[in-house]
Design a protein around this ligand. Structure first.
Ligand code: M6R
Length: 606
């Protein structure tokens, strides 16, 4: 969702803002703009469309020469993508960029109209700009403090005041914003890649802390206006992580990074052959004590939770409920202080997941976050955190983040099952060893690239697709289907294979390819029957199963074979061909793989 950048230093600010905005393109956007101090005046350029269009416009209107400014990529919420709705908003004296949603903007707008303010855009952001103007009496911090006590909702704001040329003001609540500090220069940004080229040192801002960037330094104030000292963080990502490294797309790079990402996730959490999650405060006694486990997340992270449910229930014998966060928070869930709520999020900023976490804490449950981005809101608010260490994930379609999330669920399930006495130490060690073998197995699976590309070529003109599977394979079908639809724009659904003949099979024709996932050998014959039913109705079947299993012509048109490990762990391998099929289908359809239409990497509004 919207990206914010800001720069103050000695370099060409316009160039840096454009470059930094391009590093946030993955977040998803439909318009872009910047505001830069030029000869002590604030000059704004903005446009609907891509950053390249903004750059063209700036060249046409004359480069903005300055060394302090703010920039924005907008993902439309209030009002269509248009020049006038693009950020920055404000007037000759104040200019702001905003990420988030101001929930009470209509009320504030009505009030400001009674004071003579006239609005030109349809955005909630313009209300904040005008409210700042209303409160401004020469002291920016005072004005900001007044504004944040009036507005409700989520915001990250970058602000310029004409009276204070070469200063940037910023504040946040429930939308990410970090402060980068380099040599004689400083930045604000929605995410680290925006300034990683210049510095890997940054401050995290807590709710309603106000930062002032001045002369390359960052001064931070609490909500009462008092200066505070904060810990300077160091990102362990380098520029390589933010570049494609020879791959055509970030998605393909990230798919190929899965073996190393999984190793980074699991290695530090295995000691003497046994899983060990003590680092987050989750002792075996605690794990064994929960009555129920809830997993709450969105999209792909929720699908990781589904794998977690099957695995924990199968070996740990604790009931696990998986919820979409946007449903969970409004369904008045029955949770108690005997329960564990696990929230899963790559970004750690997903608005619904964050609210679900807050609700669970309020209801007394223990909360555990499985998160990739260090220092993100979810990681800071949960009682316990397990960082997935997948490194930077830039492609909107989540791949390696999913694999490491399920790797954490395996560790959790093994430890929990052992703690409860549901499996022996020997069995726990055997399963852990199997998990440790996954990265090497994945290197083999990644070589299936060619067959996946071929299968994609057979799907490229499809308008609809079905994914079917049973048990863990059903969970994989859900993830495969989401991956395909979000980047190829082919309509696809996943179905529990056994449910097919309760309605959906009526859709099957020769124009409806079906991807059948059948890695769970106790359910294999049943899925084979379902595939045969599809074939018998003219459907084309792509069958994903173990390498060694032969698949007859009356079952499938194409087979994708996987090496064999314990069936419980097969999802760790199965996901890769599903990701590759989605990837190549999208490439062959000529789509923008890393930035699919209408989508944002981090969904910070509900
Ligand atoms: O950052 P999160 O893991 O909380 O994001 C959750 C979903 O928005 C995300 O997984 C989304 O479904 C991806 N685009 C899927 O590829």
């Amino acid at each position: 969702m919207c990206g914010i950048v800001g720069y103050i230093g000695k370099k060409d600010c316009t160039k840096i803002l454009l470059d930094s905005l391009s590093k946030l393109e993955y977040r998803g956007y439909d318009s872009a703009g910047i505001a830069v101090f030029e000869n002590s005046e604030i000059r704004v350029e903005k446009t609907k469309g891509r950053i390249a269009q903004l750059e063209e416009k700036i060249h046409r209107n004359g480069w903005i020469n300055g060394s302090c400014g703010i920039g924005h990529t907008r993902w439309a919420t209030h009002g269509e993508p248009s020049d006038v709705n693009s950020h920055p908003h404000g007037n000759a004296n104040i200019s702001i960029v905003h990420n988030g949603i101001i929930e009470n903007y209509s009320k504030i707008k009505a009030f400001l109209e009674t004071k003579g303010y006239v609005f030109e855009s349809q955005t909630d952001t313009e209300t904040v700009a005008k409210l700042l103007d209303y409160y401004y009496n020469g002291d920016p911090i005072d004005a900001i403090r007044n504004v944040i006590s009036d507005i409700e909702g989520s915001y990250a704001l970058g602000i310029l005041f004409k009276d204070f040329p070469n200063k940037i003001y910023a504040v946040r609540k429930d939308s990410p914003l970090i402060v980068g500090v380099g040599d004689d220069e400083a930045f604000i940004a929605s995410d680290i890649p925006a300034f990683l080229k210049f510095t890997n040192k940054y401050y995290l801002l807590e709710t309603n802390e106000i930062v002032v960037l001045d002369n390359g330094k960052a001064e931070i104030f609490d909500k009462h206006g008092f200066t505070i000292q904060k810990e300077l963080m160091v990102a362990d990502w380098d520029m390589e992580a933010a570049e494609k490294g020879g791959y055509e797309h970030f998605m393909l790079k990230e798919i190929n990074e899965q073996p190393s990402a999984i190793s980074s996730t699991i290695s530090p959490r295995i000691a003497d052959g046994m899983p060990n999650l003590n680092e987050c405060g989750l002792t075996q006694e605690k794990l064994a004590s929960y009555s129920n486990i809830f997993v709450v997340a969105c999209g792909t992270a929720m699908h990781a939770g589904l794998v977690g449910k099957y695995v924990i229930e199968q070996i740990g014998r604790i009931p696990v409920t998986v919820d979409v966060a946007s449903e969970f928070r409004y369904r008045n869930p029955i949770i108690t202080n005997k329960d564990l709520v696990i929230v899963v999020s790559q970004s750690g900023e997903t608005a619904d997941t964050l609210e679900a976490l807050r609700l669970s804490k309020k209801m007394g449950a223990d909360t555990l976050a499985i998160v990739n981005v260090v220092g993100s809101s979810i990681s800071r608010e949960a009682d316990m955190v397990i960082y997935t260490h997948a490194g930077l994930e830039i492609s909107v379609a989540s791949t390696k983040a999913y694999s490491v999330q399920i790797a954490v669920f395996y560790l959790l399930a093994f430890e929990l099952a052992y703690a409860k006495g549901a499996i022996s130490k020997e069995e726990c060690m055997r399963l852990t060893k199997e998990l440790e073998s996954v990265p090497a197995m994945l290197e083999i699976v990644l070589k299936q690239d060619v067959i996946c590309k071929y299968v994609a070529s057979t799907l490229v003109n499809a308008e609809n697709l079905l994914y079917i599977g049973r048990g863990l394979d059903y969970a994989m079908s859900m993830e495969g289907s989401l991956k395909l639809k979000e980047i190829s724009y082919i309509h696809s659904e996943s179905y529990a294979a056994g449910e097919l003949k309760h309605g959906t099979i009526s859709l099957v024709t020769d124009a409806m390819p079906v991807i059948a996932v059948a890695t769970q050998r106790n359910l294999f014959d049943k899925t084979v029957s379902n595939a045969k039913e599809v074939k018998a109705r003219g459907g084309k079947v792509i069958f994903v199963t173990h390498n060694y299993i032969n698949v007859d012509d009356d079952v499938a048109d194409y087979k994708i074979g996987l090496p064999t490990i314990d069936d419980l762990l097969m999802p760790m391998l199965t996901v890769v061909p599903l990701q590759l099929i989605a990837y190549y289908t999208s490439v062959l359809r000529g789509n923008d793989v890393d930035k699919p239409r209408n989508l944002a990497k981090s969904v910070t509004v509900e």
